[in-house]
Ligand binder design. Structure first.
Ligand code: KIV
Ligand code: ZN
Length: 351
C-alpha cells in the first residue's frame, strides 16, 4: 500500500487563534467545504467548550461535511470531552483531540502539577474520550522543550489508554529541524508500543522553522502533519499547508510519501482563506505568494524564457496559477523586454 501522510488542517481552530481573525459560521463552512474538496483528511473544526460559537461551528461542520474526519479540541477535563463529544455527535467520522503540557515549564507555571499528576490526568482524559469515539488524538503541549524520558512515559501510557494518534507539538516554535527529527525518531524508537499510533507534527513558526521542522518529523516517521492555510495561527503562525504539500510533492524523491491534496487548488484555497480572514499573504510567500512565479532580473528572465526549469522548481500550473510572470524592472534585459512587449501586442525589430 502507498505510504501516505495524513493532512490535519487546523485553520479553523489554531488558525482562527490568529490575533484579529474572527470567522462567522458561514465563513467556516465555506472554508471547510474547500478543505474537503482539496483532499484534507482531518479538519479540526474548533474547541467546543471554549464558546457557544465554537460549539455551534463544530456541530454544524459535523453535520454538513462528509468524507473527512471532523475533530474537536479539548483540555484534559471530563466536561470538555463531554461537550466535544456532543458537538461531534452527527459527524460521519469524529475525532477527539485532548491532552496537556509535558514541559517542566508548563507543568510548573501553567498546570501546577507534578509530572505524575499530569500523566494520570492525561490517561484519564484518553479513557474518557474513548467512551465516545475510537479515534482519539493526544497532544503533548510544548513537547519541543520537554524532558525526553518523561515524554516517553506519557506516550506509552496514553497509547495504552487508547490514544490512536500522538501529537508532538513544538508549541513555542523553539526547535530546529535536527532536534525535531530527533524528538520524533527517539520517541518511536524508545516507546515499546509506538507502532500502535500515528505520530503527528504540530509546529509553530516563531523562528521561521515550522515547515522545515514538520518535514523533518515526516522524515523521522511521522505520518500526520498539522497545518493551516497560509500558515496563519497564534503569534508567528503554524506550519503552512501549501508549503508542506508542495515540498512532499516536489521532493518525493526525498520523502517517498504522498498526501491526498489536489495541489492545483492550493492557490484558490489560499485566496479564499486570505479573503475571509483578512490576513494578507506576503508577496514573497512560498508557493502561493504573488511573486512566487514572477521573474524580474535580466539573467533570470532570459533563463526562464529559454527553459522554465532554469529558475523554477514548481510549475505554477501545479498550484493553480496560470503561468510564470515576466515583470519589467530596471534589471530586465532585452529578452524579457521583447517577450513582454510581444505579450502586450507590440512587435519590434531587434534594432
Ligand atoms: O500548539 C499547540 O501545542 C496546540 C495544541 C493545543 C495542540 O495547538
Ligand atoms: Zn498550536
Amino acid at each position: 500500500m502507498e505510504d501516505r501522510v495524513l493532512v490535519f488542517d487546523t485553520t479553523l481552530r489554531d488558525g482562527e487563534q490568529s490575533p484579529g481573525v474572527r470567522l462567522s459560521l458561514d465563513e467556516k463552512l465555506e472554508i471547510a467545504h474547500q478543505l474537503e474538496a482539496i483532499g484534507v483528511d482531518i479538519i479540526e473544526a474548533g474547541f467546543p467548550i471554549s464558546s457557544p460559537g465554537d460549539f455551534e461551528s463544530v456541530n454544524c461542520l459535523a453535520r454538513e461535511i462528509r468524507g473527512v474526519t471532523i475533530c474537536g479540541l479539548t483540555r484534559a477535563r471530563d466536561r470538555d470531552i463531554e461537550v466535544a463529544a456532543e458537538a461531534l455527535q452527527p459527524a460521519e467520522r469524529r475525532r477527539i483531540h485532548t491532552g496537556l503540557g509535558v514541559s517542566q515549564n508548563h507543568l510548573e507555571y501553567k498546570l501546577k502539577m507534578t509530572p505524575d499528576q499530569a500523566l494520570e490526568t492525561g490517561v484519564a482524559a484518553v479513557r474518557k474520550a474513548r467512551q465516545y469515539t475510537d479515534d482519539v488524538e493526544y497532544f503533548m503541549e510544548d513537547s519541543g522543550r520537554a524532558d525526553l524520558d518523561y515524554v516517553y512515559r506519557v506516550v506509552e501510557a496514553v497509547i495504552r489508554a487508547g490514544a490512536t494518534t500522538i501529537n508532538v507539538p513544538d508549541t513555542t516554535g523553539y526547535t530546529y529541524p535536527n532536534e525535531y527529527y530527533h524528538l520524533i525518531h527517539t520517541i518511536r524508537e524508545h516507546v515499546p508500543n509506538s507502532d500502535q499510533a500515528v505520530f503527528s507534527c504540530h509546529c509553530h513558526n516563531d523562528l521561521g522553522m515550522a515547515t522545515a521542522n514538520t518535514l523533518a518529523g515526516v522524515m523521522a516517521g511521522a505520518r500526520q502533519v498539522e497545518v493551516t492555510v497560509n500558515g496563519i495561527g497564534e503569534r508567528a503562525g503554524n506550519t503552512a499547508l501549501e508549503e508542506v504539500v508542495m515540498a512532499l510533492h516536489i521532493r518525493e524523491d526525498k520523502f517517498g510519501v504522498k498526501s491526498r491534496i489536489d495541489t492545483t487548488r492550493l492557490l484558490e484555497t489560499s485566496r479564499l482563506v486570505s479573503r475571509l480572514t483578512g490576513m494578507l499573504v506576503q508577496r514573497n510567500k512560498a508557493v502561493v505568494g504573488a511573486n512566487a512565479y514572477a521573474h524580474s532580473s535580466g539573467i533570470h528572465q532570459d533563463g526562464v524564457l529559454k527553459e522554465r526549469s532554469t529558475y523554477e522548481i514548481i510549475d505554477p500550473r501545479l498550484v493553480g496559477a496560470e503561468r510564470s510572470e515576466i515583470v519589467l524592472t530596471a534589471r530586465s534585459g532585452r529578452h524579457g523586454l521583447k517577450f513582454r512587449l510581444r505579450e502586450l501586442g507590440f512587435e519590434f525589430t531587434d534594432d
